[in-house]
Design a protein around this ligand. Structure first.
Ligand SMILES: [Zn+2]
Length: 475
């Protein structure tokens, strides 16, 4: 896993070992650092992660994992906190939570889960780590540490958890050596995350027996593979007691059937179709379809269509996409794939029409909006793109991707002030305050803004400078 490797490098740069005093484990109020600082640490860590090649910047997969996450978070006590779930291209079965509500999910976890409730059970457990402030409690109040150092420490801790084999050899004598000893305390955190996560899973309407089933299956796999245990089990030492606890809780709960969403199967197919050589992916899905080896027929055709699109067999890709549509109806993920195939065929106008009608049926599915704006941009319709984005940012003011798209169209339309202003918001939402401030300064100097635009830039600049000063005080 590249992220773990990147974390190790960071970890070696951690100058100081954290204090050994640990917070009381029973203390659930126990965040020793402020929610503000937790968020800042998470944002800082995300900056590293977003630059990692394993970070999977796929709008549909991101939308899917956030939809499952949203249901779980809504069931938690922390529904107000802004959670961000993201996918990591890594076939090991793993997931990890960072302070401030950032939860990473390996593609391997999505593929290993046999039902959506199984997938959700791990997300619920990770969400509980966030709401119970476990990592924050582990860090303690490290007033002498800067936010970047704390972020590096968090990434180091996660790397140490995921790769004990590597880390022990490499990082002896560094902060992580202390981190490793602290991990012994985390078994209590795991029990708490199981218990709290179970409540979220139940309240979110998933099948509560899934947690025990999934973990038990992972444990069996561990016995088969000896040293090649799923990463999740290395970071989450499974005891018979933990599994028994999960099963007991499930037995005492009212059984609720929770059918899998079509997105669960479509997302899995998209991951598989995107892996390895395109031709191999085609061969795989051809077999799946021919031999009826699927839990969801539409997703099998969708996977084949995705693989064919990668292999540039566009006519067949289109016919498989329409086979999927015949079974499932006009699902936005299928429509998006169809539009992408049209673009790849050199027909962005056809793509635009597909997206426009898909948007009329699914006006809140943001990946459709991104793709629609991109086709407008590809056909040089920047004014239309700008108008579309103006409406969108009103509905989703915290969506960084919208501002990046805005910046692109403003640049193409020769609007310098607005270009820098949009970039500033994009950087701001990704937690890079200094870069955001720099863009606003460039906007000020752009020389092409009117009085109102300049006033808005100045007001925003004052606002961000105040935030920067606050941050310096708070660390
Ligand atoms: Zn855990």
């Amino acid at each position: 896993m590249r992220i773990a490797a990147a974390c190790l490098v960071l970890l070696l740069a951690v100058p100081q070992a954290p204090a050994q005093t640990l917070p009381e484990l029973g203390d659930t109020s126990g965040a020793l650092i402020s929610p503000f600082l937790e968020r800042k640490i998470g944002e800082q860590a995300m900056q590293e992660i977003r630059h990692d090649p394993a970070y999977l910047d796929d709008p549909e997969l991101t939308a899917y994992v956030n939809e499952v996450g949203r249901r779980i978070v809504a069931a938690s006590s922390d529904a107000q906190q802004g959670f961000e779930f993201f996918m990591v291209r890594d076939n090991t079965i793993n997931a990890f939570a960072m302070p401030g509500g950032f939860v990473g999910v390996h593609t391997g976890l999505l593929l290993a889960a046999q039902t959506e409730s199984e997938f959700a059970s791990v997300l619920a457990h990770e969400t509980a780590h966030v709401t119970q402030h476990h990592l924050a409690r582990l860090i303690g109040k490290q007033e002498q540490m800067s936010i970047p150092t704390l972020a590096a420490f968090v990434l180091g801790l996660l790397a140490a958890r995921a790769r004990p084999d590597v880390t022990q050899a490499v990082i002896a004598g560094t902060a992580a050596a202390n981190a490793q000893t602290q991990l012994n305390y985390t078994r209590d955190f795991e029990r708490e995350a199981d218990r709290v996560g179970f409540q979220y899973l139940q309240q979110a309407g998933f099948d509560v027996t899934a947690m025990g089933t999934f973990f038990e299956r992972m444990q069996k796999a561990t016995r088969l593979y000896e040293n090649n245990a799923p990463a999740y089990l290395r970071t989450h030492p499974l005891t018979t007691e933990r599994i028994a606890d999960m099963q007991n809780r499930a037995q005492n709960a009212v059984y609720k059937q929770a059918p899998d969403s079509p997105e669960f199967y479509l997302a899995r197919a998209k991951v598989v179709a995107g892996q390895g050589q395109p031709r191999d992916a085609v061969v795989h899905f051809d077999e799946v379809v021919r031999e009826h080896r699927y839990a969801n027929e539409a997703a099998a055709h969708y996977g084949l269509a995705s693989a064919l699109a990668r292999a540039r067999d566009y006519p067949r890709a289109l016919s498989e996409a329409s086979a999927a549509r015949k079974i499932l109806g006009p699902h936005p993920m299928i429509e998006l794939l169809t539009a992408r195939i049209r673009v790849a065929q050199g027909n962005p106008a056809a793509a635009r029409d597909v997206l426009r009608s898909a948007l009329s049926r699914n006006p809140n599915y943001r990946p459709l909006h991104y793709a629609y704006v991109e086709t407008l941009q590809e056909t040089g319709q920047h004014q239309a793109a700008i108008a579309w984005l103006d409406e969108l940012v009103k509905s989703y003011p915290r969506d960084a991707r919208l501002y990046a798209l805005q910046a692109k169209s403003y640049a193409a339309a020769g609007k310098r002030l607005l270009h820098h202003q949009a970039l500033a918001e994009n950087y701001y939402l990704q937690g890079t305050l200094p870069a955001a401030i720099e863009q606003l300064q460039l906007a000020q100097k752009s020389g092409d803004g009117d009085f109102y635009q300049l006033s808005a830039v100045e007001a925003r600049l004052r606002d961000l400078r105040t935030q920067q000063a606050e941050e310096k005080k708070n660390r």
